[in-house]
Ligand binder design. Structure first.
Ligand SMILES: NC(=O)c1ccc[n+]([C@@H]2O[C@H](COP(=O)([O-])OP(=O)(O)OC[C@H]3O[C@@H](n4cnc5c(N)ncnc54)[C@H](O)[C@@H]3O)[C@@H](O)[C@H]2O)c1
Length: 381
């Protein structure tokens, strides 16, 4: 009998951005079998998409309520073990809560919820239920990001002095200048997205990346947000100063109105002895800077790369891997956790990382509203 993990999906239909990334990621290491889900709230589109995927009709559900009831009625050895929540943000909390309450492992898209309080509620529930819960901060799955974390932990750049993260996109630029379009985009609607657009959508990626690669938490922050139109309550651009727990200082700059930019996410960490720089649009390379040696570029898949970064490599260096592979590595980490296998630290972003992301969003908005005041986040969730 197959030992594949039985996977269900909520959201991520044929009309979605992120659905295909999760489906391919789940297949990447042959650890999962997609057995069913609810991919779209419109019944006809839901059924048509599930048929296109070749799923059995009795495992295609019109809602999460029907999915949970239908799966619980099946024998345990057939039932979904883990469910991925890939819907717009406001559905993450009710869906993840219902899944945890009914004994499923959960993989949930970021931002984890729409409020910090909801995120804390999920964390308390997970403690009771003892289920695996991942929050897909996809970029931590890139091998060269894992290499960066490893080298910083090994002291290769010395004590961190300066951090600089940028995530620039331009896709909201045409939308924000058109009143009808800005009213119709779910990421710009507080009831669908939460209290923030840009910081919730991509600022949380940068924040998670900062704490992931440095192993340090952000202690204090000061934020300045941009909105452009009085009828738009959601930030579309932000500059956030940060002070880390080791007193290093730096900045997170994020924008969705950086005209012409695509997914220009870059991370630079400067230490006493050197620096490491990584860019999402060229993810197979990690740049190592020092004072007394020429600039070095480390490449994924070579023997000099640490085991934690090699673990996710499937094809020799020189054949580029990308975002599907990064998500695949996160799914692999989750599979190891579900099957109680030996794993590296931080192989998938945890529920605690998701909770911290929600705390970050709320503190950024609070700092801006308070007239750009410094706010202490604290270093414990
Ligand atoms: N990790 C990443 O890098 C990354 C990238 C993009 C999006 N995301 C996150 O993924 C989530 C979805 O984003 P997207 O861009 O794919 O959104 P989208 O609007 O493109 O797709 C949302 C999908 O959810 C489905 N849906 C909506 N309501 C539903 C319901 N009640 N039941 C079942 N399905 C429902 C829609 O039909 C659609 O298929 C968001 O939370 C977003 O922040 C993460």
């Amino acid at each position: 009998m197959s030992d594949k993990i039985r996977l269900g999906i909520l959201g991520g239909g044929g009309d979605s951005l992120i659905g295909i990334v999760h489906r391919i990621a789940a297949n990447m290491f042959d650890r999962y079998e997609l057995v069913g889900g609810c991919f779209n709230p419109k019944p006809e589109e839901n059924t048509a998409f599930a048929q296109h995927l070749g799923l059995a009709a009795n495992r295609v559900y019109p809602s999460i309520e029907a999915l949970v009831a239908g799966e619980l009625a099946l024998p345990e050895e057939e039932r979904m073990e883990v469910v991925s929540v890939l819907t717009p943000n406001f559905l993450h909390f009710p869906m993840a809560k219902k899944l945890l309450e009914n004994g499923f492992h959960v993989i949930c898209e970021k931002p984890l919820t729409t409020t910090y309080a909801e995120a804390q509620e999920l964390a308390a529930l997970q403690k009771q239920q003892q289920k695996v819960f991942a929050v897909t901060y996809t970029y931590t799955g890139y091998p060269m990001v894992r290499q960066m974390k490893h080298m910083i932990a090994q002291g290769e750049i010395g004590a961190i002095q300066r951090v600089d993260l940028q995530y620039y996109q331009g896709w909201i630029n045409p939308i924000i200048h058109d009143a009808a379009q800005r009213a119709a985009t779910w990421r710009l609607q507080p009831d669908k997205s939460g209290i923030s657009c840009c910081v919730g959508d991509i600022g949380t990626h940068a924040f998670d990346m900062l704490e992931y690669v440095t192993g340090q938490q952000v202690d204090q922050l000061l934020a300045d947000l941009n909105f452009l139109y009085p009828d738009n309550p959601m930030d579309i651009d932000a500059t956030i100063l940060v002070r880390m727990q080791n007193k290093a200082k730096g900045v997170i700059r994020v924008s969705q109105i950086a005209t012409g930019e695509e997914n220009n996410f870059s991370v630079a960490i400067y230490g006493r002895k050197g620096a490491l720089k990584w860019e999402q649009e060229n993810p197979n390379y990690l740049h190592h800077l020092t004072e007394d040696q020429p600039f070095q570029t480390l490449k994924r898949g070579n023997a000099y790369i640490a085991a934690v970064a090699q673990d996710g490599v499937k094809i020799p260096s020189g054949h580029p891997e990308g975002i599907f592979d990064a998500m695949g590595n996160i799914y692999k980490g989750v599979a190891k956790a579900i099957r109680n296998e030996k794993a590296f630290d931080g192989e998938y972003p945890s529920l605690e990382d998701g909770v911290r992301g929600m705390q970050f969003i709320e503190q950024v908005v609070a700092s801006h509203k308070a007239g750009n005041q410094w706010i202490t986040m604290g270093t414990n969730t």
